[in-house]
Design a protein around this ligand. Structure first.
Ligand SMILES: CC(C)(COP(=O)(O)OP(=O)(O)OC[C@H]1O[C@@H](n2cnc3c(N)ncnc32)[C@H](O)[C@@H]1OP(=O)(O)O)[C@@H](O)C(=O)NCCC(=O)NCCS
Length: 135
């Protein structure tokens, strides 16, 4: 079952990300995830199986653009279509909000993930880069 995360899921999600996510920001803490859920209760989607979190995606919508982050599936549940379903659920949310395009943050080095994005219709754009400033 795919559903929006609730505050009660936060600790399990953080544990799940340590085990399953790639490139996890080590500054993740419960307060950040609670703030996300409070600001946009539909953004953080979890895949729940037998009462456990086995997948996540953040479907971020800022009113202008649609972005995907934190796609992750538990190692023991991979290659069973869970990521496909999570991406589809996020895309449904975006379409309902009026988005016509979605992008995903994907590390160039994370070549294990590239086939999943390609299989779900995503194409890397060579002409864009990520410019970042930390504060
Ligand atoms: C990437 C990830 C989310 C894919 O999750 P998944 O549930 O296994 O993906 P799916 O089963 O939905 O796969 C969908 C399609 O993607 C492709 N695919 C997925 N994983 C693949 C792999 N390891 N090798 C080759 N193709 C793969 C296949 O075409 C697959 O369809 P198929 O199984 O019918 O052939 C998962 O491997 C993961 O959590 N990796 C670590 C975290 C990560 O890197 N997240 C992405 C951050 S950008």
């Amino acid at each position: 079952m795919i559903r929006p995360a609730t505050p009660a899921d936060v600790d399990a999600i953080l544990e799940f990300w340590v085990a399953a996510a790639e490139g996890t920001d080590r500054r993740d803490d419960p307060a950040k995830v609670h703030a996300l859920i409070e600001r946009d209760p539909e953004a953080l989607l979890v895949y729940e199986l037998d009462g456990a979190v086995v997948g996540t995606v953040i479907a971020g919508w800022d009113g202008w653009r649609a972005h995907l982050y934190r796609l992750a599936v538990a190692p023991q549940a991979r290659r069973r279509g869970l990521a496909r379903q999570l991406i589809a659920a996020a895309e449904e949310r975006f379409k309902a909000l009026g988005a016509f395009r979605v992008d995903a943050m994907v590390l160039h080095d994370n070549t294990d993930a590239h086939p999943a994005w390609a299989a779900t219709g995503y194409v890397m754009q060579e002409q864009w880069g990520r410019w970042v400033r930390h504060f």
